[in-house]
Design a binder for this molecule. Sequence first.
Ligand code: AMP
Ligand code: GLY
Length: 504
Amino acid sequence: MKVLVIGKGGREHALCWKLKQSRKATAVFCAPGNAGTAVDAQNVPIDASDIRGLVQFARRENIGLTVVGPEEPLVRGIVDVFQREGLTVFGPKQEAAELEGSKVFAKELMRQAGIPTAEYRVFQSSPDAENYVLSRELALVVRSRGRSTIRHTLHCKTAGETLEAIDRIMDPREMLAPGVQVELEERGRRRVFNTREEARDFVLGRPLPLVIKADGLAAGKGVHVCDNARQALDAIDQIMFRRVFGKAGDRVIIEERLDGRETSVLAITDGRTIIPLETCQDHKRAFDHDEGPNTGGMGAFSPTDSISPEVMEQVEREILVPAIHSLKRTRRPFRGVLYAGLMLTNQGPRVLEFNVRFGDPETQTLLVRLKSDLLELLYAAATERLADFEIEWDPRPAVTVVMAAAGYPGAHERGQAIHNIELADRIPGVKVFHAGTTLRGDSSRPRESRVVSDGGRVLNVSAVGDTLPDAQSRAYQAARAISFEGGWYRHDIGGKPPRSESAR
Ligand code: AMP
Ligand code: GLY
């Protein structure tokens, strides 16, 4: 069977690499692919967004299974188009991909199916959303001081009421009333402000844990985790007023901010049978000890003890099964991989988001541990024959270290030469996946062309080992062997840094 993988990241390289090992695969293509898939598969210069071009290619080449990597084509309905042409494809149809394409849809499904998630409200206009933020509970006492025309002690219950009280005392039109001050009392502590702006600023900076989310796809940037009303109002302004994500910001969700440890669970399903994958934990923050800004993921390891067998059982019972069944009941059967982003709270696991695709770099970490034939697994899911599939794993742990370009997750350079990948690949247990790379030179002879960086997350160094520290030290030994100017990575993927890294 000929196989086509759509996408160009580390996730897609890992999918190609594993699919190629299948006894059933005669050829593996990747569209558009990267410098790694050029070696482990055959690249096809068609972009993941060019659905028509991809269908034509699949028909012409008689592709037996297409695997869609990124969410964008899924949400745009690539699976429907392929199926109409009689092509077999792994991934959900457009209506089921809504689970990732619309956070409002996902929240409503969770509410109906009783799936545990943060409390939320949906807003279609920025004034409504702002009023809601300002109506959250906030206990302050406001007093006028000095020569105010109004002498008040006002007990305010919300930020909105407090701002109104400040405005009444320090009416902006009454600049004529010099010497008027406002006093704000919070839990017995009093502060005096000379200007309306300072007082407002103080109110807007009071702790208010909220999360503001754009409804639609926003390249992973549509979520604002806020500490106070100022940040929440700013997020609403960006999404709904300045429309930085376009139509994806027609609606916003405002939800309660949850505390706990973040993790995820992935499961393959054909809409009836659900096969959860091994546990896996990614590291989202840029720098060691989670000190940097959020990224697409700086590494991952598997298995993780943050999901005990009991929690896994709870996730299956309370989240995966009701989600898949609820979609089926509403005639949106889900086939593909369901990725549940979770917060493990004191009250149990809560869903932060659903993705309808493989995680990146989780997939790289999981696939180096997968013993089963990936082509058979994905084909069974795509053709509703998962019931009899027995998935098998290598019991050994795996670690993936992401090598990023200088500057990532901010602006970064492209076109930096990368050397010694083959050297790293020769270390036992190691596989280097390409993420943001491309070839310079004769593209028909990939093994002789130069590999250069072409993105923020550039390489994913995966390794299996007898123990987690063993897998870590192999991955880091491989990462150190690679030369890539300005390239950097976290030293603590998988927990405590291995000795070789902590010495650095
Ligand atoms: P999402 O795209 O929904 O996964 O959100 C991106 C990130 O925002 C998540 O990985 C969490 O770190 C954070 N997040 C989302 N929703 C919440 C929430 N309700 N409480 C706390 N953090 C959240
Ligand atoms: N690693 C997070 C994601 O793929 O969404």
